[in-house]
Design a protein around this ligand. Structure first.
Ligand code: SF4
Ligand code: SF4
Ligand code: SF4
Length: 147
């Protein structure tokens, strides 16, 4: 997996913030797949020809994933009860209850925040064509990022 330092080698380094962030922050967004190299307008200038392609090569093929920001999560548990996988596979979550310890679930509430425990069960990752995104859509604080 590419590091922020490696990515920075292929960014203009001007911190012009046309992308809404500094170059270093932008590099972090690229590593986390929250933005793409194309989102840096400066890289489209002739001086940087080939940089966008080089960044794509460095980043490698995108693999779907998910992340929950603990700073934003308010612990409401909506994601647990709305999750497509839970609705089909977890009786407790389907009834709006907390999953039992033996239930295999995508995420659980731990110390008052949702935590991804079995990302590999996420319907979206298994059936890419379906592209489920219910957890992120229903999260009231936009704590869930799917990429
Ligand atoms: S737009 Fe490009 S050059 Fe400007 S700060 Fe963002 S990454 Fe750096
Ligand atoms: S729906 Fe959002 S705020 Fe609620 S528990 Fe899940 S991640 Fe946290
Ligand atoms: S994308 Fe769908 S299946 Fe995956 S965790 Fe979110 S709601 Fe569950």
């Amino acid at each position: 997996m590419a590091t922020v330092e490696e990515i920075l080698e292929f960014l203009p380094g001007s911190d012009c913030r046309q992308c809404g962030a500094s170059c270093a922050e932008f590099a972090g967004f690229l590593v986390n797949r929250e933005l793409a190299p194309e989102n840096c307008p400066v890289l489209h200038e002739p001086d940087y020809a080939g940089f966008i392609e080089a960044l794509h090569e460095l980043l490698g093929p995108a693999t779907p994933g998910m992340r929950i920001d603990p700073e934003k999560c308010n612990g409401c548990g909506i994601c647990v009860t709305m999750c497509e996988f839970h609705l089909g596979n977890c009786d407790a979550a389907r009834l709006g209850k907390g999953p039992r310890p033996r239930d295999k679930v995508v995420f659980r509430m731990i110390n008052g925040a949702a935590v991804v425990v079995h990302q590999e069960l996420c319907t979206r990752l298994i059936q890419a064509a379906e592209k489920c995104s219910k957890c992120a859509e229903y999260c009231p604080t936009e704590a869930i990022t799917l990429f």
